[in-house]
Design a protein around this ligand. Structure first.
Ligand code: TYD
Ligand code: MG
Length: 470
């Protein structure tokens, strides 16, 4: 057999190279490439050679039809509504979830609470910590008031030992591995924490989950740029990827599904970090609109949807004359490319001049909005700031802006309006085109025909001569 040449793998994205280099071409990371033991050579050549495989003859297995088998993936709900919403109604038997998030955001706290909830419902639950000693995990549970919860605990990092232990007795319904980066398997010759180890460990644990039917949650660390470090490779192997987000300045945390083979990916779960752990936030709109400054120009409330749940958030804009050659555009909580587009359309179709102005846009509360329906709220906030006119404080905005300056209606208008009514808003401004879809709205629904109409309505302040009433 030919001598195995060493391979070099990027520790951040998993790209493999034949020789060492300082910068990874795939992810652009510096000094992330390290030598690793290479995998055994793949059998090549003829089909017969491939069938023999590296270890000799391949096993013949029966093929099955699409009909038959289990009709629906059986789920086990945690009873924590915000968590179950994101998983799609509970943890699916034998499924694997990768949970990513910044250090200290509350992943261990969330999972301990989920374990306790499931344990309390009579399921066998195992929590394996590779980062903390059992004493530390117990301390956290005590702080959460969960020290009596029936959760089996261990501080272990050897994948072989973990699987041997778990295979003993009745298979657990849920296994938490905190975190996958601390795990190591004897199956691969590489230092713990390397991509090869993470991949090998994840593979073994996933195989265990699939054969035993236990739901498995792998915790993954996140790098500064928001990627799940190292286990990017793991993302493709698991059934669902969820990220736990939030920033240091706020107490609330958002659980978001990035990928989900067994459920939706647009749902979010909202939690608040309290002294007693994570509390569910049943009415996030009220939370995100807290402390709103309604008298100042440059703020507009967006009636958004996150999955099946309506969510009201405030867009804040500051448009100020620039002292720089190239004006600044900064945005937090929204896509910068989307802001550039809205600015370009406002300049081209509504006659606004922003070339000599810095533009800052912020989604209050640290939420990240991805819906195109937020265009009109962002535009309204920008126009209001530029004109120095506050918008009506009891109005919400929704609608997508096209490159031609046309306004496009949004989906689920009725749900958005209902939420706005619930929070005491009196009117909504939406594209004129889609108003019929709303049926009989619970609040006044006003229609803007196009972008010029929107600008004129705001510039005219509260007199609103060109924005047609309902
Ligand atoms: P942790 O779950 O350890 O985060 P992760 O596993 O994502 O690294 O949570 C750590 C932070 O949460 C820590 O700064 C303290 C805070 N915290 C609370 O505010 N209240 C609590 O009840 C708990 C358990 C933690
Ligand atoms: Mg932790």
């Amino acid at each position: 057999m030919a001598r195995r040449a060493p391979t070099y793998a990027c520790q951040s994205c998993g790209a493999v190279y034949g020789r060492w280099q300082g910068r990874c071409d795939a992810c652009g990371g510096w000094n992330t490439i390290a030598e690793e033991a290479s995998a055994p050579p793949m059998p090549g050549g003829s089909a017969a050679q491939v069938a023999r495989g590296p270890r000799g003859k391949g096993r013949i297995f029966p093929l099955e039809g699409l009909t038959g088998g289990e009709a629906e993936a059986p789920r086990v709900a945690s009873g924590i509504a915000e968590l179950d919403r994101v998983t799609g109604g509970g943890f699916v038997k034998g499924s694997v979830i990768l949970l990513g998030g910044d250090p200290g955001i509350g992943k261990s706290t969330l999972l301990m609470q989920a374990c306790a909830a499931l344990g309390g419902r009579g399921h066998r639950v195992v929590y394996i910590s590779g980062e903390e000693a059992t004493g530390q995990v117990r301390l956290r549970a005590e702080r959460l008031g969960l020290s009596q919860a029936p959760v089996e605990l261990a501080a272990e990092t050897s994948v072989e030992d973990i699987i041997a232990t778990l295979s003993h007795g009745a298979p657990p319904r849920l296994v938490v591995i905190d975190s996958i980066q601390t795990m190591w398997t004897e199956a691969v010759e590489a230092a713990p924490g390397t991509v090869t180890q993470v991949r090998g460990s994840a593979q073994a644990l996933i195989r265990y989950a699939k054969t035993s039917g236990a739901a498995l949650i792998l915790v993954g660390h996140v790098t500064k740029d928001g990627q799940i470090a190292g286990p990017r490779v793991v993302e493709h192997m698991v059934d669902a990827v969820a990220s736990f987000e939030g920033d240091g300045a706020h107490h609330f945390r958002i659980l978001r599904a990035v990928k989900n083979r067994f459920g939706p990916t647009d749902e979010i779960g909202v939690f608040e970090m309290t002294g007693m752990g994570l509390a569910e936030v049943a009415n996030p709109s009220a939370l995100f609109l807290q402390g709103r400054d309604t008298a100042s120009p440059g703020t507009a409330v967006f009636a958004g949807m996150e999955g099946t749940r309506p969510l009201l958030v405030e867009f804040q804009a500051l448009v100020a004359p620039t002292s720089l050659g190239t004006p600044r555009r900064a945005v937090v909580g929204w896509e910068p490319s989307r802001l550039s587009m809205v600015i370009a359309v406002l300049e081209a179709h509504a006659g606004l001049k922003l070339g000599q102005h810095d533009v800052y846009l912020n989604v209050a509360g640290g939420l990240r909005i991805t819906e195109p329906a937020a265009d009109m709220a962002a535009a309204a906030a920008l126009i209001s700031s530029l004109a120095g006119t506050p918008l009506p404080p009891d109005r919400v905005y929704m609608g997508e802006i096209g490159l031609t300056g046309a306004l496009r209606p949004v989906s689920q208008t009725a749900a958005r309006l209902k939420e706005a009514a619930k929070l005491g808003f009196a009117s909504a401004l939406a594209p004129k085109a889609g108003r019929e879809a709303a049926g009989s709205p619970p609040i006044r629904l006003e229609g803007a025909a196009d972008l010029a109409d929107l600008v004129a309505g705001i510039a005219a302040g509260h007199r609103k001569p060109r924005v047609q009433g309902a």
